[in-house]
Ligand binder design. Structure first.
Ligand code: ZN
Length: 64
């Protein structure tokens, strides 16, 4: 069985959740697959997603 991997650029950890791609992009995440409906997120990106949906403002310099 294929394991879901995180769908964010430069990340290939195991995913724990999935969200709509649009929501992820709005949260400032770099989604690998531009055509995907849903994006799987690993634990770290899930955390980042939640954080950024709360404080949408200054996210630009969060990642590297
Ligand atoms: Zn990730």
């Amino acid at each position: 069985m294929a394991e879901d991997k995180c769908g964010i650029m430069g990340c290939d950890k195991s995913a724990i959740r999935s969200y709509a791609r649009e929501a992820c992009e709005r949260a400032g995440l770099d989604v690998k697959d531009e055509e995907a409906r849903r994006v799987h997120l690993c634990r770290e990106h899930n955390k980042q997603y939640k954080k950024s949906t709360r404080t949408e403002r200054k996210l630009e310099t969060l990642g590297r």
